[in-house]
Design a protein around this ligand. Structure first.
Ligand code: ADP
Length: 408
């Protein structure tokens, strides 16, 4: 028993302060805050002072009522009750309780016969005043509840303000961590770029030298295959580093866009030509008969269309077509890249634009990728004040949309 009491006394909060004290302190702080929220004239001290004349008025009104109406004055408790109510509403529970006390004494002394003497010591006197006392106390209780509800609301508001401050601080820290991560990514990519290029260059030189030597020894073939693998893998690594550099450049705003009026239809034609040569796939292009002028960086827009078309080719069967369409209407240009592959499940569509996200299907397939292409597309499109999104019905089609403002 003693131990339990000791434990209760020594319970502390996260900061190590005793819980009970914190609670009490909090209540005092809340009261102070509550008082600070009220106008000056509603300070409890003024309420205590004001309750004397207000109650006096109420009791006087009752006596006046009795004088005017005589025996027909049925509810003498009402005027003092109104006085209590006024005090309670404006100054709270403390002054209200004082008003109850004052009104009870005054009614007893002035109103309840025999007048001008105290009857509260007798049972009859107590019974006569009891209904008024109870109703007065009820008013005080209701006001106390109202006050405590207001204080709770104030406490909740205080707490939510505190949480909002904490969240803001956390957000700031996250932003800092994020920018450090971007900085790290950018430095690491720059540092990786040189050795990768060197390794690739050396592998290509060795391959060239090897091809000039007589191919009569069996190790030659193994060496050639190894060097080709090194070349292919360093090519992949180099692409990845380029993507990382592009992404961190775009995110940090360091990568400047070279904006000028350019024909999006022409950009698509160039991309499609390259992709046809690379993959030997049917790619259909539908554009308006006139140039589709947008204000943008043609190299970066080329990167967007290349990513979308190469993805369409990569994630659909080799014999199926890829369609690229451009529409122009009401000052905006809409580019659509559609394929008829496996598609993307609804719950994954929103995530494919996040860096490094790959759908489970893509991860388990033999198709290589790092999940950066669409994140780069999104950043480029958004820096052109455009939008990119995807609609897909698994097993039927996948369409990527890019909406850009038309050149004015
Ligand atoms: P990756 O290098 O993996 O292709 P992307 O950022 O270009 O990276 O694409 C992210 C993911 O979106 C891909 O891994 C793939 O799961 C999905 N995806 C993109 N385009 C298509 C498409 N046309 N059809 C189906 N899935 C796609």
């Amino acid at each position: 028993m003693k131990d339990e009491k000791y434990m209760r006394e020594t319970l502390t909060d996260r900061t190590g302060r005793p819980l009970k004290r914190v609670r009490l302190q909090k209540r005092v702080e809340l009261r102070r805050l509550y008082a600070a929220h009220q106008p000056r004239w509603r300070h409890p001290l003024i309420g205590y002072l004001a309750s004397v004349p207000i109650v006096a008025l109420g009791v006087a009104a009752s006596m006046l009522g009795r004088q005017i109406l005589g025996a027909n004055f049925f509810f003498p408790g009402i005027p003092p009750s109104i006085s209590i109510l006024i005090v309670a509403l404006f100054w709270g529970v403390g002054p209200a309780l004082l008003s109850v006390l004052l009104a009870t004494i005054a009614l007893d002394y002035f109103y309840i016969p025999p007048s001008f003497q105290f009857d509260l010591m007798t049972l009859k006197g107590v019974l006569q005043i009891l209904p008024f006392l109870v109703s007065g106390l009820f008013i005080a209780i209701i006001v106390a509840q109202r006050e405590s509800a207001r204080m709770r609301a104030l406490e909740a508001e205080e707490e939510s303000n505190q949480r909002a401050d904490e969240l803001e601080q956390l957000n700031e820290e996250l932003k800092q961590a994020n920018s450090m991560k971007d900085q790290f990514l950018s430095i690491a990519s720059h540092e990786l770029k040189t050795p990768i290029t060197t390794i690739r260059g050396q592998a290509q030189v060795a391959l060239r030298r090897l091809s000039k030597l007589p191919q009569d020894r069996p190790e030659m073939e193994t060496m050639t295959t190894t060097l080709q693998r090194i070349d292919a893998q360093t090519h992949r690594l180099s692409d990845l580093v380029d993507d990382l550099l592009a992404l961190s450049g775009l995110r940090s705003g360091k990568l400047q866009l070279d904006m000028s009026d350019c024909d999006l239809a022409q950009v698509c034609r160039e991309v499609i030509e390259d992709q046809r040569l690379l993959h030997n796939r049917p790619i259909e292009l539908t554009t308006p008969p006139v140039p589709v002028i947008v204000c943008g960086d043609s190299n970066r827009l080329n990167q967007v269309v290349t990513n979308l078309v190469s993805n369409a080719i990569k994630y659909s069967p080799s014999e199926s077509p890829v369609q690229v369409r451009i529409q122009q209407e009401k000052g905006r240009v809409l580019l659509m890249v559609q394929d008829f592959g496996k598609g993307i499940a609804q719950d994954q569509v929103a995530q494919i634009f996040e860096p490094f996200y790959r759908t489970p299907d893509a991860v388990s397939s033999s198709k290589q990728g790092m999940g950066l292409g669409l994140a780069i597309c999104k950043d480029i499109v958004e820096r052109h004040n455009g939008r990119i999104w995807c609609e897909s019905i698994p097993g039927q089609y996948t369409t990527f949309y890019v909406e850009l403002p038309g050149a004015s």
